[in-house]
Ligand binder design. Structure first.
Ligand code: S3P
Length: 433
């Protein structure tokens, strides 16, 4: 099968669409329940390549999963009864799997070996290996995967200090290790990264206290399994929010979207650009704020995205850059150096994609400047990055009708986080008669 998708400029997007379950919460629902002994049911789990990587690794430690569509039953002997994996723990493309499971591995009395695909092998791992080493785990000298972690030597000590980067993956890794330490931990992060781990573990009985960006973990509490209903993924919904904003006469409703304040920066940025985003029916689902989101087309204006807004809209920045490319005026993105170490170097790959589509873009170490205009169809490359493939699709849909279709190379990357992306697009494109 050719891994290209040809996307034509689109007429209005209309209708209601339930996007798949949140990727970050899905990983955590699997991992946190695996730590406790017993059974839990997860509904709305994202069935994508990344979540399958987490399940495959946990299976190797002795956890069982029974899957029926979007319902998964987790059956675990509990972390104390995990056994040594028969082989490498292959995390595929998933940074969340490898970093969160590293924290679990540090609390296991044997050696665990981690690896991933070509993209994951490029991503920095000292950010988790160093703190785990400080806590007393034996860790390999590698900077990147493949690497190993061995928790058998000594008792883990608590962690006390700054983690240096606003990263939920690093923070969660340390929290998982801290649950198995011999004394309390204090973890300080420089920005408000997503807090799904803290919320879920607290609901399961862990002794975790969060005060702004300081997290205290007291080990020893026995975790209880907990059923989880996973909200719709704001990171998936963002593509439709932006497409509906850009394509005239569109109106799209996205029910049950997770609107955790540490994830919803994309809504704040879009509103500040002039988007018509309506939030209704706010409620709580499994300890996470959720609401229905309706977006109607509107004219956007350039803006500046920096500081904490970068952290709370991190995965949506490629799609927001597409929004900026269609806005009136100039948009600047600052403080976003973390984009350089995602599934691709997203500053470089987003700039290249927009440049190919005729957009004036300048990029620098921690961001880019995008001059809004009239992007045209072109041939672009996802570089194997799921969010790039989907951001390119949004740009293609909204591009100038006269300029022809866009060819997206590496379009199957969407399977990492949103396998039904193309069929969902067709659903929204079918204008009811
Ligand atoms: C994630 C955290 C983010 C995000 C990633 C998922 C998570 O990375 O980019 O897609 O589930 O913890 P950081 O570790 O940089 O926060």
């Amino acid at each position: 099968m050719s891994d290209r998708m040809i996307v034509e400029p689109s007429g209005p997007l209309r209708g209601e669409l339930l996007v798949p379950g949140d990727k970050s919460i899905s990983h955590r629902a699997l991992i946190c329940n695996a730590l406790a002994r017993g059974e839990a049911e997860i509904t709305g789990l994202l069935d994508s390549a990344d979540c399958r990587s987490t399940m495959a690794c946990l299976r190797q430690w002795g956890v069982e999963f029974e899957q029926n569509d979007d319902r998964v039953v987790v059956r675990s002997p509990g972390q104390d009864a995990f056994h040594v994996a028969a082989g490498l723990l292959d995390c595929g493309n998933s940074g969340t799997s490898i970093r969160l499971l590293s924290g679990v591995a540090a609390g296991l009395p044997f050696r665990s070996r981690f690896d991933g695909d070509e993209s994951l092998r490029q991503r920095p791992m000292r950010r988790v290996l160093d703190p785990l080493g400080q806590m007393g785990a034996s860790v390999s000298q590698d900077r990147t995967a493949p690497f190993w972690i061995d928790g058998s030597d000594r008792a883990l000590r608590g962690f006390d200090g700054d983690i240096g980067v606003a990263s939920a993956q690093v923070k969660s890794c340390i929290v998982f290790a801290a649950l198995r330490a011999d004394r309390p931990s204090r973890i300080v992060e420089p920005g408000p990264s997503r807090d799904h781990t803290e919320r879920m573990l607290t609901a399961m009985g862990a002794d975790i206290d969060v005060d702004g960006e300081t997290i205290r973990v007291v080990p020893g509490a026995e975790l209880q399994t907990s059923d989880v209903q996973v909200p719709a993924d704001i990171s998936a919904a963002a593509f439709w929010m932006i497409a509906a904003t850009l394509i005239p006469d569109s109106e799209v409703t996205l029910p049950g979207v997770g609107l955790n304040p540490r994830r919803s920066g994309v809504v704040d940025v879009l509103k500040s650009m002039g988007a018509a985003v309506e939030i209704t029916n706010r409620r709580d689902v499994s300890g996470e704020p959720v609401a229905d989101v309706t977006v109607r087309s509107s004219t956007l204006y350039g803006t500046r995205i920096d500081g904490d807004l970068i952290v709370t809209s991190l995965d949506e920045l490629p799609a927001l850059a597409v929004a900026a490319a269609f806005a009136e005026g100039v948009t600047e993105i600052h403080d976003a150096e973390e984009l350089r170490v995602k599934e691709s170097d997203r500053i470089a790959t987003t700039s290249a994609m927009l440049t190919a589509m005729g957009v004036e873009v300048e990029d620098w170490r921690d961001g880019m400047r995008i001059v809004g205009g009239n992007p045209r169809g072109a041939t672009v490359d996802s570089h194997g990055d799921h969010r790039l493939a989907m951001a390119a699709a949004v740009a293609a849909l909204a591009s100038d009708t006269e300029s022809g279709p866009t060819t997206i190379r590496g379009a199957s990357a969407v399977d990492i986080s949103y396998p039904t992306f193309w069929s969902d697009l067709n659903q929204l494109r079918r204008v009811p008669t």
